[in-house]
Write a protein that binds this ligand. Structure first.
Ligand code: NI
Length: 172
């Protein structure tokens, strides 16, 4: 496994819709393992393949407590079947937009169908933080980011800040 560099705003790949995975093969499984290592190292609760520069419909999640055992969830070609439940508000962050947190309201429950790492069909009902994280990562697959929930003015301010940081190089 290898830790991969995480793509940061305003890299245009983050706006690219991800393509479906045709075959769940060893290359895809290697990508998944690298994504898990990258997510745990960050640390984060979710990561989409596009965030490591691979615009394919693959995501990894783990919302378990950091003191508990890891419980990774891997989804290939995920599709939301239904959204329901009381809306849930959460202050979301994104590994591609460090140090920005945005309060976002999303449906509190999500049913999703996907392929697992062996290519087998699975269905999962997600609630709580998992429902939020899942919808956040699904947005990545369509090129959507948490800053899209802001007004245009606020969004542009954040994009400008990251554009400047990318140009000036990282501040240490
Ligand atoms: Ni994100």
């Amino acid at each position: 496994m290898a830790k991969l560099p995480i793509v940061l705003l305003p890299d245009p790949v983050l706006r690219q819709p991800s393509a479906a995975v045709e075959n769940v093969d060893d290359d895809v499984r290697r990508l998944i393992d690298d994504m898990l290592e990258t997510m745990y190292a960050a640390p984060g609760v979710g990561l989409a393949a596009v965030q490591v520069g691979v615009p394919r419909r693959v995501l990894v999640l783990d919302v378990s407590d950091k003191d508990d055992e890891q419980s990774p969830i891997v989804m290939i070609n995920p599709e939301i079947v239904s959204l329901s439940g009381e809306p849930r508000v959460h202050e979301e962050g994104c590994l591609s937009i460090p140090d920005v947190r945005i309060e976002i309201e999303r449906p509190g429950s999500a049913t999703v169908r996907y392929l697992d790492r062996h290519g087998a069909r699975q269905e999962l009902v997600a609630d709580g933080l998992l429902a939020t994280a899942l919808q956040h990562e699904m947005d990545h697959l369509d090129g959507k980011l948490i800053i899209d929930f802001l007004t245009r003015l606020k969004r542009d301010m954040i994009v400008r800040r990251f554009r400047k940081q990318a140009k000036d190089g990282p501040t240490v």
